[in-house]
Design a protein around this ligand. Sequence first.
Ligand SMILES: C[S@@+](CC[C@H](N)C(=O)[O-])C[C@H]1O[C@@H](n2cnc3c(N)ncnc32)[C@H](O)[C@@H]1O
Length: 231
Amino acid sequence: MVLKSQQYDDVYFSAQDGFAETRYVFLDGNDLAARFAALGAGDVFTVGETGFGTGLNFLAVWALFAEYAPAGACLRFASLEKFPLAPDVIREALQPWHKDIGAQLDAFLAAYTEAPHEDFVASFNDGRVSLWIGIGDAPDCLSRAKGGVDAWFLDGFKPSSNPDMWTQEVFDHAARLSAPEATLASFTAAGFVRRGLAQAGFDISKRAGFGRKRDMIVGRLRSETEDAPCI
Ligand SMILES: C[S@@+](CC[C@H](N)C(=O)[O-])C[C@H]1O[C@@H](n2cnc3c(N)ncnc32)[C@H](O)[C@@H]1O
């Protein structure tokens, strides 16, 4: 049975197949395989996420990075979490995908030995992959986060059950922390989320959702020159 949050009465990922959902919504939604393959040695790619949960997205993006990025490129993953899960809960929840992300899961859990009470930092693969999890409420964590985010995973439970994760303040932080040409993907296509992200500075479009979900969204940070008047 898929893990459900007691606080939000919502599932952490699709009951159909969480790993397939992660790949479809967040990895493909940000075109990460091609972007990782285009990196050069010494390049750093940064992913920002709202809602670490079980770490499934982190572990999946790390596995994809290992497959596609050249040696010498680095992955930074910055997430946040108000209710960190215990390691044994994470291991059990991700057991169905051990063949896909087992190496990453084992390395992660060797560092994540208890639910953290303060911001969690770790690095893996000789520093090639680094992880920061801000612990606390989303806006507070985002105000402490470093910028330069190339791709956003907006994954904070359904907006209807968790409106606090989908506020204009959060969207504005995402835009502020973005690198030029940053992209985003989210499983939700709720109208107020699309409008808020557009107001923050992202061009947003809908595409077919995963499984039974009709829509999801992808977005790209608008470049300042696109808004500039012709003179
Ligand atoms: C859908 S789950 C994330 C799933 C996750 N990305 C994964 O790979 O398992 C949403 C997460 O956001 C966290 N969360 C919800 N509201 C939050 C808030 N206001 N501030 C920080 N974290 C929050 C929840 O505790 C939960 O772990």
